[in-house]
Design a protein around this ligand. Structure first.
Ligand SMILES: NC(=O)C1=CN([C@@H]2O[C@H](COP(=O)(O)OP(=O)(O)OC[C@H]3O[C@@H](n4cnc5c(N)ncnc54)[C@H](OP(=O)(O)O)[C@@H]3O)[C@@H](O)[C@H]2O)C=CC1
Ligand SMILES: O=C(O)CCC(=O)C(=O)O
Ligand SMILES: [Mg+2]
Length: 404
C-alpha cells in the first residue's frame, strides 16, 4: 500500500499512504518527535479515517547515526530524503569552534533546499515580551545555501590561511592581520533571484500585501547590496504587472491587488519589528540574517518553542520540515520542552502535501491546549494561572482539543 510522493509537471503528487522519512534528532529531538508523531497520526486519522495514513520511515543522522555506524550523516539518509521528496527532522547538534560542520546545513545544501521558510504568528493566550504580539504575522524566506553560513572558512594560523592572506595583500592590496581566521561570503545572482522569486510568488498566492528585502547593503555592497539590486530587478522583470515599488507610487498608495516590493537595512528592520511589526508580511533575506531574525521574531510571539520551519526546493519538490530551535541539550530526555515548533512544522508539511484538514486540526489542537492554559514550562513560567505539563501530556491535550 505504501507509496512515494513524486513530482510531476511541477506539481507534488501525494498518494494516500506516503512514505515519509524522519530524523529523530539529538538532545530534545526524541522527546519532541515522540510527542509530535502522535499528534500527526491523530490529525490524519481524525481527518481521513482509514483512507489516508503516513508510513513513517526512520532514517538516521547525528548522534544516533554515529553510534550506529560511525557516520554523522550516512549516505542512505541523504538518499532517502532525496527519493521520498518530503521529510521531517528533529534538531541536530553542531559543535562550536571546531569539529564537524553543521549536519542541518549539509542536508539543506546537498538537497539544494534553497528556501528556509519560517512563518511567525502569535497564538492567542501565549505570553509575549511585546505589547501587541497579535500584530506580528510574517513569513521569513531565508536563503538557505549561501552566505558565510555555507562554511567556507579557514582557521587562523594554518598554512592555507597565510597563503590566502598573502595572496589578498599581493593582488588586492588588502591588509588582513596575519593571525586572522577567514570566512567567505558568497551571495550569487542565481541564489538571490530564486529565493526572492519564491518569496514574491508566495505573497501573490497568499494575497499578502508586501515583500521586504532585508539586507545590510550599505556596508556589504557587492553581496547584501547586490541581493537588493537583484531582487528589484527580478521583481520588475518577472512580476511587472503584479508588483509595485515605492518609486512607482509617488502618492504612497498601493493599487488594489498589487504587492509592494520594498527593502530595509537589517539593523533598522530589527528595531522596526518591535515598533512597527504590522508593516511586514513576507521577508526575503540572506542566510545569516535569516537565522538571527527568525529567533528574534520567534521571541516576540512566545519563543523558539513555537517556531516552525521548512526547507524547500520548489523545482524538485524536495522539502525537509524542522523546528527553528536546536537540541536544547540541558533538557534532553526530560519530557519537558515545548513540542509546538515541531508540531507546527508538521502542520506546514501537511499544507505542503495538500492535506489541509490534518494541518488545520494540528492548529486547532494546539490553540485549544494553549487556551486551556495547560502548557509546557516555557509558556507556564510567563503565563498567569497556567498548569505546567510535560511534553507528552501536552501532546495528549493537543489531540484532545482537536475535538473541540
Ligand atoms: N536546525 C537545527 O537542527 C538547529 C540546531 N541547533 C543546534 O542545537 C544545539 C544547541 O543550540 P542552542 O544555541 O542551545 O539553541 P537551542 O535552540 O537548542 O536552545 C536555546 C534555548 O532555547 C529554548 N528552547 C529551545 N527549544 C525549546 C523548546 N522546544 N521548548 C522550549 N524552549 C526551547 C531553551 O531556553 P531556556 O533555557 O530559556 O529554557 C534553550 O535553552 C547547537 O549544537 C546548535 O548548533 C541550533 C539551531 C537549529
Ligand atoms: O545547524 C545548526 O546547528 C544551527 C542552524 C540554525 O541555527 C538554524 O538554521 O536556525
Ligand atoms: Mg538558528
Amino acid at each position: 500500500m505504501e507509496e512515494k510522493i513524486t513530482m510531476s509537471d511541477g506539481t507534488l503528487q501525494v498518494p494516500d499512504f506516503p512514505v515519509i522519512p524522519f530524523i529523530e534528532g539529538d538532545g530534545i529531538g526524541p522527546d519532541i518527535w515522540k510527542a509530535s508523531v502522535r499528534v500527526f497520526d491523530a490529525a490524519v486519522e481524525k481527518s481521513y479515517g482509514s483512507k489516508r495514513s503516513v508510513i513513517w520511515k526512520e532514517v538516521l543522522a547525528g548522534e544516533k547515526a554515529f553510534n550506529n555506524n560511525g557516520q554523522w550523516l550516512p549516505p542512505e539518509t541523504e538518499a532517502a530524503l532525496r527519493e521520498y521528496l518530503v521529510g521531517i527532522k528533529g534538531p541536530l547538534t553542531t559543535p562550536v569552534g571546531g569539529g564537524f560542520r553543521s549536519l542541518n546545513v549539509a542536508i539543506r545544501q546537498r538537497l539544494d533546499l534553497y528556501v528556509c521558510l519560517r512563518p511567525v504568528k502569535h497564538f492567542p493566550g501565549i505570553p509575549s515580551p511585546v505589547k501587541r504580539p497579535e500584530l506580528i504575522d510574517m513569513v521569513v524566506f531565508r536563503e538557505n545555501t549561501e552566505d558565510v553560513y555555507a562554511g567556507l572558512e579557514l582557521k587562523a594560523g594554518e598554512e592555507k590561511t597565510s597563503e590566502l592572506i598573502s595572496f589578498l595583500k599581493e593582488h588586492y592590496g588588502w591588509n588582513i592581520r596575519s593571525d586572522s581566521g577567514i570566512g567567505i561570503k558568497p551571495i550569487s545572482k542565481t541564489g538571490s533571484r530564486r529565493l526572492i522569486r519564491a518569496a514574491i510568488t508566495y505573497a501573490l498566492e497568499q494575497g499578502l500585501p508586501t515583500v521586504t528585502l532585508v539586507h545590510k547593503g550599505n556596508i556589504m555592497k557587492f553581496t547584501e547590496g547586490a541581493f537588493r539590486e537583484w531582487g528589484y530587478e527580478l521583481a520588475r522583470e518577472e512580476f511587472a504587472d503584479r508588483i509595485v515599488t515605492w518609486d512607482d507610487i509617488p502618492d504612497g498608495k498601493v493599487p488594489a491587488g498589487k504587492v509592494l516590493v520594498k527593502d530595509v537595512i537589517a539593523d533598522a528592520f530589527l528595531q522596526q519589528i518591535l515598533t512597527r511589526p504590522a508593516e511586514y508580511d513576507v521577508i526575503a533575506t540572506m542566510n545569516l540574517n535569516g537565522d538571527y531574525m527568525s529567533d528574534a521574531l520567534a521571541a516576540q510571539v512566545g519563543g523558539i518553542g513555537i517556531a516552525p520551519g521548512a526547507n524547500i526546493n520548489y523545482e524538485t519538490g524536495n522539502a525537509v520540515f524542522e523546528a527553528t530551535h536546536g537540541t536544547a541539550p540541558k533538557y534532553a530526555g526530560m519530557d519537558k520542552v515545548n513540542p509546538c515548533s515541531l508540531m507546527l512544522s508538521g502542520k506546514l508539511m501537511f499544507e505542503y502535501m495538500g492535506w489541509k484538514e490534518a494541518a488545520e486540526l494540528i492548529d486547532k489542537g494546539i490553540t485549544g491546549a494553549i487556551m486551556a492554559k495547560t502548557v509546557t514550562y516555557d509558556f507556564a513560567r510567563l503565563m498567569e494561572g497556567a498548569v505546567e505539563v510535560s511534553t507528552s501530556l501536552f501532546a495528549d491535550n493537543v489531540i484532545k482539543h482537536m475535538n473541540d
